[in-house]
Design a protein around this ligand. Sequence first.
Ligand SMILES: *Cc1c(COP(=O)(O)O)cnc(C)c1O
Length: 355
Amino acid sequence: MKKHNFSAGPCILPQSVLKKASEAVVNFDGLDLSLIEISHRSKQFVAVMERAQELALAHLGLQNKGYKALFLQGGASMEFLMVAYNLLEQKAGYLDTGTWSNKAIKEAKLFGDIDVVASSKEHNYNQIPKGYKVPSGLDYFHLTSNNTIFGTQMNEFPEVDCPLVCDMSSDIFSRVLDFSKFDLIYAGAQKNMGPAGTTLVVVKEDILGKVSRVIPSMLDYKVHISKDSMFNTPAVFPVYVSMLTLEWLKDQGGVAAIEKVNKEKAALLYNEIDRNPLFKGFVANKEDRSMMNATFTLENESLKETFDAMCTAAGINGLNGHRSVGGYRASMYNALPLESVQVLVDAMQALEKKA
Ligand SMILES: *Cc1c(COP(=O)(O)O)cnc(C)c1O
């Protein structure tokens, strides 16, 4: 039965990518060898790494602008501390927009003073803080562009006089932004790019090398840059699948084309959440709603069993909200087709007829 996969992460990848990836596990590039049993220094794998880096920069419009793309390990969670290790000398600023921001703040506090410039914690993170001013003279300012758990997303970015760092784990490659505003972008692969196991870091080289502490090699961005992401054995399979997904994105017309589809998907679902009297959205302001993760609940919890059964019958997977929010969360990453959102909307309308 066809499944409609709304999982928040790891999450849906294009079928064509999964098929190519599975073939490469058996016979990569006609070598009669598996992708995962050859050297990462073979010319075939080096070409994969180079292509993945090139595509990542191209999709963000950051080629030839002083940026390097790295594929590292340890997840986005490792970047919470690597960012601070590499950039924090005295004081950094953070915008607190949810669970992931909080985790980033906690790690950074091990390395220096942290100024939480604004927070939406008192609103249970159902909105993006506004009207704050970022003080000058910080070592960097850190944002989370899309809050995967609460379903909020930033659409405006503050003016700062320091490097701007952004965790884009759950919305990278989903919309067009002026990415050159950011000096360091990181994203765990498993939300919009590939399997868990690798993290994309795009960093402007000239912000590095400015802290006085000694940085262990594996945590030093400069070391990874000097070795082209091959300082140690990279996660060959996740990098390969990420490369395939980035090629797929190119075939779809790139980030601008996928953004159009993402907007359509989000509009379809949010219109139904607003129209259908049985449901309500979690996010307070429409302008803060995430295009990637839509959070909503039933007005009447007693319908939960019925709705869940209808979803299962329709082949809908991964709709449960995060335990800290409850209700439902429909994650609509790049690879999710509009048709799957229609199936969900149909189920919501069928519930209304039944109730
Ligand atoms: C999932 C997620 C993370 C954590 O990623 P890991 O790769 O599991 O460490 C961090 N930030 C955001 C915004 C996320 O969605």
